[in-house]
Write a protein that binds this ligand. Structure first.
Ligand code: FES
Ligand code: CO
Length: 330
């Protein structure tokens, strides 16, 4: 049950332009997955040939079909095996000769895979792709931690003044005002949380910026920063792919409605710096699995959002925040 919940979620596995007609292996919840592109789009199969278990990602794409490197069985985009060279031509291809096909979509410049039969809806990102907004993809960042720990760090307001002091916060302005957390349209959203930022976006301007956080799925969250009196908005979107029990990959999208003609690189560099400031902390956290029993750690009112997140994971049946592989399932 717990695993089904994440099994039915969409997980970001790579940038869309990384998938070509060269098969590519990725991992989701411990499952090896092969991606390839043909004229009909991107396809995701279990990275295992049903004949003798070779990795399909060692093969190649010929005429839009994925051809296994071992005995050259050919799979079309639906996963059906359409050619078995060793089979005399008068014999039909066994009906069971089919790759295990996963749901796969291109969205927000990323490839998303769902291993389950009944995918949840993809998360919303209304600003993405608007003419007056510009998005930079950052990462993927490798992290030796569980996805809920990573998402919780992203949702944590009161670390900004210390872990990111001088960039996203200031130790002399560490108080967090009370804020609301509401569940609206299938996601959690906070009221505006003012945070003093000595250098809010790398342009050397200090002052209060309002953060509005949203939790979009157990492994996807975002916040939007705005400043009163200014039309500028910066949204940072974080999507975590739990590769296996110990490792994750984190994709971050920065969407801004200002400096549209400026290069993206400084934004990416800024985000890299911020991310690596968090990395040691998140990888150090014990226990590795986010404790969902609220008695297990201490909480302040300023932790209202992360408390809501823990309660929600608990309600969803994601026991202890773990995301375990379900290797028996095909
Ligand atoms: Fe793939 Fe034999 S193992 S064709
Ligand atoms: Co941080």
């Amino acid at each position: 049950m717990q695993q089904d919940k994440l099994w039915n979620q969409w997980h970001p596995v790579c940038k869309a332009d990384e998938v070509t007609d060269e098969p590519k292996q990725v991992r989701v919840l411990g499952e090896p997955v092969v991606l390839f592109r043909n004229e009909r789009g991107v396809h995701a199969f279990k990275d295992l040939c049903i004949h003798r278990g070779a990795s399909l990602s060692l093969g190649k794409v010929v005429d839009g079909r994925l051809v296994c490197a071992y005995h050259a069985w050919e799979y079309d985009g639906t996963g059906a095996c359409v050619k078995i060279p060793a089979l005399p031509c008068e014999r039909p291809i066994p009906k069971k000769a089919k790759a295990v096909v996963y749901h796969c979509q291109t969205y927000l410049g990323l490839i998303w895979v769902c291993l389950g039969d009944a995918p949840e809806a993809l998360v919303d990102f209304p600003e993405y792709g608007l003419d007056d907004h510009r998005t930079v993809i950052c990462g993927p960042y490798d992290v030796k931690a569980n996805a809920p720990r990573i998402i919780e760090n992203f949702l944590d307001v009161s670390h900004l003044m210390f872990v990111h002091e001088g960039m996203l916060g200031d130790a002399d302005h560490a108080e967090v005002v009370d804020y609301d957390v509401n569940f609206v349209d299938g996601r959690f959203i906070t009221s505006k949380i003012p945070v003093y930022q000595p250098d809010a976006d790398g342009r050397g301007q200090g002052g209060y910026t309002d953060y509005v956080y949203e939790i979009l799925s157990p492994t996807v969250a975002r916040f939007t920063k705005t400043t009163e009196g200014l039309d500028e908005a910066l949204t940072i979107f974080t999507a975590v792919n739990q590769l296996d029990d110990e490792q994750c990959q984190v994709f971050m999208l920065l969407t801004r409605n200002y400096e549209l003609d400026q290069p993206d690189e400084p934004y990416r560099e800024f985000q890299d710096t911020i991310f690596y400031q968090d990395l040691d902390i998140v990888e150090s956290q014990k226990p590795e699995l986010l404790p969902l029993d609220l008695q297990a750690e201490m909480h302040l009112k300023s932790d209202a959002l992360t408390i809501a997140y823990r309660r929600w994971l608990d309600e969803l049946g994601i026991e202890n925040g773990t995301i375990q592989k379900q290797s028996t399932r095909t």
